[in-house]
Design a protein around this ligand. Structure first.
Ligand code: SF4
Ligand code: SF4
Length: 84
């Protein structure tokens, strides 16, 4: 199943923070409605930056594959320390 991005229209305040932060330009602002819309969900890399930055908590994702950031894995960092 492919990734799904939902913007809850009633929560969106059109601030464009998600438009600005998305590295792959998934969103566009609907200038008439002053609401953000999902234009290219196929380009989403599931970084979740948009969901974190949205002040209204209006963005949600489904069926995404989360890649674990190895540099945040404490056990891995401890193993690597001896090489630094
Ligand atoms: S960051 Fe949230 S409130 Fe702002 S435009 Fe995007 S979805 Fe709407
Ligand atoms: S999860 Fe990342 S790539 Fe996907 S829409 Fe949000 S900011 Fe863009």
């Amino acid at each position: 199943m492919s990734l799904e991005i939902t913007i809850h229209e009633q929560s969106c305040r059109g601030c464009e923070l998600c438009v600005d932060i998305c590295p792959t330009k998934v969103f566009e602002l609907d200038k008439e409605k002053l609401l953000c819309t999902v234009k290219h969900s196929e380009d989403c890399i599931a970084c979740l930056s948009c969901a974190y930055i949205c002040p209204s908590g209006a963005i949600s994702h489904r069926d995404f594959h989360l890649v674990k950031n190895f540099y945040r894995d404490q056990a891995f960092c401890e193993k690597m320390e001896k090489f630094l």
